[in-house]
Every structure is written in structure tokens, then in C-alpha cells.
Design a protein around this ligand. Sequence first.
Ligand SMILES: [Mn+2]
Length: 406
Amino acid sequence: MKILHTSDWHLGRALHGRRRYDEFTAFLDWLAEHIEQEQINLLLIAGDIFDTTTPSNRAQHLYYSFLCRIANSTSCRQVVVIGGNHDSPSFLNAPKELLGALNVHVVGAMNLDDELLICRNAEGNPEAIVCAVPYLRDRDIRQSEAGESMDDKRAKLAEGYRAHYRQIGERAEAARGDLDIPILGMGHCFTAGGTSVADDGVRDLNVGSLDHIEAAAFPACFDYLALGHLHVPQKVAQSETLRYSGSPIPMGFGEANQQKLVLQIDFKGRTPHVTEIPIPSFQPLRRISGGIDQILEALKQLKLEHSTAWLEIEYTAEEIIGDLRDQIEAAIEGTDLEIRRIKNKRIMDRVLQRIDTAETLDDLEPTDVFARCLEAHSIPAEQRPQLTTAYAEILQTLHEADSNEE
Ligand SMILES: [Mn+2]
């Protein structure tokens, strides 16, 4: 049996205002072709299908037309989709019955009955069991009580995760009985020790390890665990079979040089063999950093290579250059290079000292703004970690409320 694991498509996401539908289209075409060529039987999509809870019509069109194409595939008998923290559970679930008719199983929100799925082969015999656990929201798994400390909350949340995975694992084992078929887990969460890079689009909601899940929380009966949420492909606790596939396209310039991939798992009985399948780069991203001479030299080089890259340029020198943007724009005139963002570190530093107001809120992350508030109000250093954690928790609550409008 051949399985493909992917996640974090973030359909509809833009990069500093630039729409990326061409890349999403190219990726989905490539994926559909790979599924056909390799005769994949089961496709697992581990959350964050869409970038927002109210995806554009165009993003929806990409999703549904891809699913239709796979439903017509000769090999792929089943697709399983779980909700991520960016997805609206109710939006994903709305076409559940319709998609079910195309053998697309959707689990937008926590529901034990829905999460257990038995996949069948062409003869109708069970060939795998999937535990499709979506992103678990705090209130799904934790009873809050007045006067709890952050540590209490964390402990309860972790226990909630463990308990849920234990339950679904027990159900899967009962369903497997004596059959020699694999149990596949799914999840969308941040596991302890995981790696994310700055500007990779993983929302910074996990300050204070609010929902870092220990690898031991996942049941031992999982023959493979397909995770989503982290955008850098990685193994959990060095395990070959506990994996993040990562996002298929770089979500920000922080990921510009990362090889993106999907994971292919070939099962012989219950023994998996995992292969990393590299995804071609559909739109090069380049980050250039330095003084004006270095920047212009790098641009000249890209011009010679006929590069079509999108650029993030960071000016780091001391000297203030008033026409920085003009110089850069002149340097790329007549090329297919595109500037997505120019960061002027010199000006940023001055803003930090509240001298200049050229910066807009758009240049800042919510956590940066909060850090500056702490600074501006001269909050003592020892109080800052606790306030920052509380602030992160409020942000998370807001994002969850955001993704839960019914
Ligand atoms: Mn994501």
C-alpha cells in the first residue's frame, strides 16, 4: 500500500501582498501527477488546507478541483483531510457528505467517531486504519478553572491531548483485531523539540510552550504518524515514522532555501518505508542582506542569471540612504525580478529608539508591538516573561475565536 503525506498548503496565502495562486496551481498539478505516476492509494492532508477561515473563491476552487481530480484517479482510493489551526472547522465540514461520496474523508473538528476511518482496498477488504485527529482547540480538551496557574493549564492541556490520542488509539487497535494492517495517526500540533524558522508563517502562538506535545503522547500502536503545523519538514524525536511533511511552498523568506517535500510511505504489511519526495520550486525567493554595494552587486548577479526571483532586501549598513528604494528599483528595471519587501534596518533601529516614525504597523508582528509597549512603559525585566506569556495566550484565544465563527 502506498501513502502520501502532505500538510500546510495554506491555499490563498499571499507574500507581502503578492498573490501566489500560480504556485498553488503548479504544486497541485505536480501532486496529482505524482499520485498518478506512483500509483498512490491513500492521501493524507494534515491540516491548514487554507490560510484563513474564510478562503477566497479562488482558493476554494483549487481545493475542490484538486479533490475531484484525485477522486477520478485510478489508484487513489481515499483522501483524508483534517482541520488545522488556520482552518475553520465548520467551513471544512460543510461539504463533508458531498466529499464523502468522492471518498474524501474530512474531519474539521474533534469528534472521536469521525476520526476513526477504515480504508478498504479494491476488493473491499480493510487495508489500513486512519486516526484522523484534527487540530485540538484548548476548549475541546481542557476544562478551565478559576485561579489556575499557567503550569496547571499546560499540564491539563497536555493531559487532554494524551487522553484523546489514547482513546483513539484504543479504538483503532480494537478495530484492527488480528488483521495485519497498519494504523496511521494524524495530527496538527507543535511537538516538543520541533523546529520552526523565523518568518515561516507558523503563527507564534506557542510562546511558553502552551501546546507543545510530547512525542510520548502519541500511542505506540501508530505505525506511522502524519503531522502538520510546522512548516519545516522534520522527524519527531528522531523517529523515521513520526513526521512533519512541512509546507509545500515556502511561506516566507525565512524558508527561501529550504527543500520542500511530501512524504511517501510504502507499507508491506505493517512495515513502513518512508521516502522524502522533493517538490520542485515553482517560484524562487531570495533574501539579500547587506550594505548598498552588496545589494546592488547581488542584484547584478541575479540579472545576469535571468532570475525571476521574488526578493526581500534588508539594508543593514550604518549610512542612511534616502533613495534606497529608487536605487534598488533602477537596478532591477527590465528584469523579471520582483521586490516583495525592503527592510531598512537602519531606520528600524531608529524607530526602536522612537526617533523616526517611517515604519508602519505592517512591518511588525503583534509580539514586536507588545515588546515595545513593555519597553515604552519601562516594565521591569522580571515581569516581562509572565506578561508576554499572558499576551500570547490572549492572541491565541483571539485567533481561535477567529477560526470558529459558525
Ligand atoms: Mn500551517
